[in-house]
Design a protein around this ligand. Sequence first.
Ligand code: SF4
Length: 417
Amino acid sequence: MGLNMRSNSVSFKTFGCKVNQYEVDKIRTSLLSNGSFSESDDHKESNLIIINTCTVTEEAYKECLKFVKRIKRRNPQARVVVTGCAVTSNYDTFKSIEGINLFINSRKVDIQDFISQTYNIATPNIESNSTLTTRYFLKIQDGCDLNCSYCIIPSVRGTSKSRPLTEVIQEFKNAIKHGYKEIVLTGIHLGSYGKDLGTSISAAVSSLIQINGDFRIRLSSIEADEVKSDLINLFNYDQTKLCPHLHLPLQSGDDSILRTMRRRYNTKQYLKVIDELRAKNPDFGFTTDVIVGFPDESSDNFANTIKVLEYVQFHRIHSFPYSPRNNTDAYKLPDINPQLKKSRMKIIQELSAKLFRNYATRFFNEHITILIESDNLGYSQHYLKASVNIPVTKNTFTLSKVLSIIDGDIVCQPVIT
Ligand code: SF4
């Protein structure tokens, strides 16, 4: 075990959402960019471990807690920094774990100060990015003003706060300058961007797609009731710069369950957004989240969810078995039979695979543009994972013809121009 590996090596563990990923990427960039640290992917080896936690479900929180306890046993000498939503939701529990050097959530920038003091290194400048990948997660908003009955996030991330558009444009341009090809706009409640600044998500997107450069923009996840006509028009305005794909959490396809969840749309309103986007582009791609087995979910309620999923033809369904989350209003509602929840999860997962095949088959013998990330693999503009059958330079947009769809993998032939 070389001295270099043991001195100043850092490893990261990110749980949860793209906002968590963005926050860890920022810390990673700042630590690696001036050579003060090397990255290790082995937590047993590194002498600094940074963990960004999640608390969106009881399972997520328990997994983080288990990981933090285990990491200290596996690498007692390492300095461990724990941050993220689970630290806020269950501070005392984490605080009781021995040997953790820093617990912090609200002011993540303090992590860098802790590191520069502990390791006696200058707090590195965040701009000089040396960890080039292909997709750049750009956090433009944090927090949430809504109160879905099953969700703890507003109580751990606070109210919605948008980053000034000038700052967003600056970081966007910097990412382009550093060679990123796809910028993923992300936030805890992306659709509420700008409400606190007198602007909107569509105004932000409109400004960004006018920036010169060879890139495309993807929206990470947005609520259906926030996809208004001005945003829909932007998708019709430029389909090369704005990926024709949206991740629209549905959660349930039954209006009475949506009311109990305190979601702000009904199925009719949700499907209207789908129809409007598909009217202009029949191949527009949709992915979604579904909570399976929410309290009182009857077989009829569940059947309504299946109907909506089949109508939309999502090409990826993230399904989650409902898990009661303490400190949420839904927590006191009676949970349904776990076996029933399990069998419904299986039905949704099988449906997701079938709908993927249906959607992918649309592109058979057609052309898609893949952004190659690594090992000839990447994502199309519709967010279909695809591979090319000849070596292609990483981080390039590759126009490709779909040759086959095998077991969820789309195989393509690059079009040599
Ligand atoms: S929109 Fe609902 S589910 Fe999403 S973070 Fe806000 S309260 Fe939670």
